[in-house]
Design a protein around this ligand. Structure first.
Ligand SMILES: *Cc1c(COP(=O)(O)O)cnc(C)c1O
Length: 405
């Protein structure tokens, strides 16, 4: 047999060939779907495993598309290193699996993302962890929930869906004084609005699925820790529990990030204008936008976010007379050009109705205690022409109100 691998008698359709040589390089990041990476010999593989050489071995342990995306997000958050995961929930799971041991206790905000609340209250107890949920805008209430076995604090900067603002500075101080790991979900605010590591966070998580990737076509998460030992433990949890992200999703998110800053600025500008507009409509009872005069945490919001109140607006439809649901349905049907879809962060505006989606698992009483009535609507404001949005919301609220009479 010839020693030249390119001679015809050594060719096989099952053998891969190197890509063609090129004096030019692709402008766009290639997608690396390869599950595995080949090494020259066992010593070369050793060097990769031992970190003496940069390289990949098996895609669950890392691949170029995940590295490129993680590096960009880490740069945006101002942290040395981070890990991309298969979803925002798997990013949160990686923190729990990497940093907790049985018997540990968590204090968390009581207005977290719905699945996260479920994870804390339904899944963790099965595994021997416990969580206490408290109002994260009230550092004294959080302090009162801390026990000797409390390991960390978990909050969202701006919480879903009532847009309450956590007392990040107070909680950071508390975590430091009491030796707790301070975990911040920065999904709603994004690093363009707020950078938690600059305010005392130890770990930051994101659902990259939302505004960062921005096009509702990739489900991804990101997690970063300031302490290298935490980073290592979280990364090990991702690799071992199999929470890794797909190359194609990473590639989509990296492409989405190219326009993230423009999208954020436009969506935020639209959100503020829409909040002001909704306030003037007679079928609307209450409008929530952080930082505005009537927001319950306006002082916290102004201090922390410095005007970057992001792209989420919530409001309450005046649907009392129709018992709620009928009025909500009239509104949603009349707003048929705006997607009624339980997500956020898309380029286009989406509306969700927490009572029937993210918070349907709670009793009506529990929902009301959080401020979520039947008429409560959450809007993820997109980058459309604001005049179009104002017209559509005006018409939909009017259609709702007509049926109330
Ligand atoms: C969506 C979301 C999550 C979960 O992210 P997925 O990518 O859907 O798994 C976690 N936290 C917040 C604040 C979210 O909005």
């Amino acid at each position: 047999m010839s020693s030249d691998s390119k001679t015809p008698d050594n060719l096989s359709v099952v053998r891969r060939q190197e890509p063609p040589a090129s004096a030019t390089r692709s402008l766009v990041t290639p997608i690396f779907p390869s599950v595995v990476f080949r090494a020259e010999d066992a010593d070369a593989l050793d060097a990769v495993y031992e970190g003496r050489a940069q390289g990949y071995s098996y895609a669950r342990e890392g691949h170029p598309n995940a590295s490129l995306l993680a590096d960009k997000l880490s740069w945006m958050e101002g942290v040395e290193a981070g890990v991309v995961t298969s979803s925002g929930m798997s990013a949160i799971s990686a923190v729990l699996l990497g940093l907790l041991k049985a018997g540990d206790h968590i204090v968390a905000g009581n207005q977290l993302y719905g699945r996260c609340l479920r994870l804390l209250t339904k899944e963790l107890p099965r595994l021997g962890f416990e969580a206490t949920l408290v109002d994260a805008s009230d550092a004294a209430a959080v302090a009162a929930a801390i026990r000797p076995e409390t390991k960390f604090l978990l909050v969202e900067v701006v919480a879903n869906p009532t847009l309450r603002v956590a007392d990040i500075k107070g909680l950071a101080k508390l975590a430091k004084d009491r030796g707790l790991i301070f975990v911040v979900d920065n999904t709603f605010t994004t690093p363009r609005g707020f950078r938690p590591f600059e305010h005392g966070a130890d770990v930051v998580v994101h659902s990259v699925t939302k505004l960062l990737a921005g096009h509702s076509d990739a489900t991804l998460g990101y997690v970063a820790a300031k302490d290298p030992a935490h980073h290592q433990a979280i990364n090990d949890a991702v690799v071992t529990w199999g929470l890794n992200a797909s190359p194609f999703d990473c590639w989509l998110a990296e492409r989405g990030l190219n326009t993230f800053e423009l999208r954020f600025d436009r969506a935020q500008e639209n959100a503020k204008a829409l909040a002001d507009h909704l306030r003037g409509l007679s079928g609307v009872k209450l409008v929530l936008y952080p930082g505005e005069e009537d927001h319950p945490d306006k002082a916290l919001a102004r201090d922390l976010l410095q005007g970057n109140y992001s792209h989420m607006v919530s409001f309450e439809l005046a649907v009392d007379r129709s018992g709620g649901r009928d009025g909500v349905n009239r509104f949603l049907r009349a707003a048929s050009n705006i997607a009624f879809a339980p997500t956020l962060g898309d380029v286009g505006t989406t509306i969700s109705h927490p009572a029937s989606s993210s918070h349907r698992g709670l009793s009506e009483e529990e929902r009301l205690s959080l401020g979520i009535s039947e008429g409560f609507i959450r809007v993820s404001v997109g980058i459309e022409d604001i005049e179009l949005l104002k017209r559509e919301f005006t018409a939909a609220v009017a259609a709702m109100a007509q049926g109330e009479n």
